[in-house]
Design a binder for this molecule. Sequence first.
Ligand code: NAD
Length: 260
Amino acid sequence: MKLPDKVAIVTGAASGLGKAIAVRYAREGAKVAVADLNGEAADAVAAEIRAAGGQALGVAMDVTSEEAVNAGVAAVVAAFGGVDILVSNAGIQIVHPLEEFSYAEWKTMLAIHVDGAFLTTKACLPHMYRSGRGGAIIYMGSVHSKLASMLKAPYVTAKHGLIGLARVIAKEGAAHGVRANVICPGFVRTPLVDKQIPEQAQEFGISEEDVIRKIMLKDTVDGEFTTLDDVAEVAVLFAGFPSNALTGQSLVVSHGWYMQ
Ligand code: NAD
């Protein structure tokens, strides 16, 4: 096991990538807080992990609420004794051409992706600093942390911003052994992506099949989606890496869609 007795908080862990990471971390020996806006679904994932022999706690948490984030992190510390790993993963997608974005939609996107990363990091860092064990902060970026696509102005802005945040935390956390890194996946079949396929088909006036072939997977080396397991594997690497040698980085896992 690669994460024995580590305490991990994963946000947006009731679904998709967050759930896959939470399940994998538990299998690697971590005690996992499954945090999500949907508290019932978070409890259900935590129960699944416990039924499989792991340790997990469901936490209802809106990552855009300072109060909810602080209360959730405090509950995890009370239950598990600290926090060693934060995966700031909660996210949504809204697609429009820029001129059709309402200011409210723009603010919602930045609140979940960027404010959520700030608030959860701020709540977890003091516990990591105090423990003397260091820690790992992992942001869920995207290939859109590196490049742009039409219709995704706030998403691309937010995902680029997470790289800047990770670099600052890498510098500030280094003396305490706290590392910060960004995972940048290509398209993975989750509810977030499944929702976009018909939306983009309508915006561009093309078939759903063409959204997948001619937009989503067009620039991959093999026409394949990235998988939940691919992303969970990188999340284990960043969480378990034993030194400050791997910090301030962003790792693209996208079937070669973006190469750096
Ligand atoms: P998903 O829709 O399957 O899961 C997202 C989860 O986040 C849901 O359980 C939802 O309830 C939760 N959530 C939403 N708003 C929240 C809030 N305010 N507070 C707490 N939880 C909240 O989506 P996913 O595809 O697993 O996406 C997870 C992350 O991965 C997002 O940050 C997304 O941008 C990123 N990402 C996804 C892909 C992909 O192709 N699926 C690619 C790159 C990056």
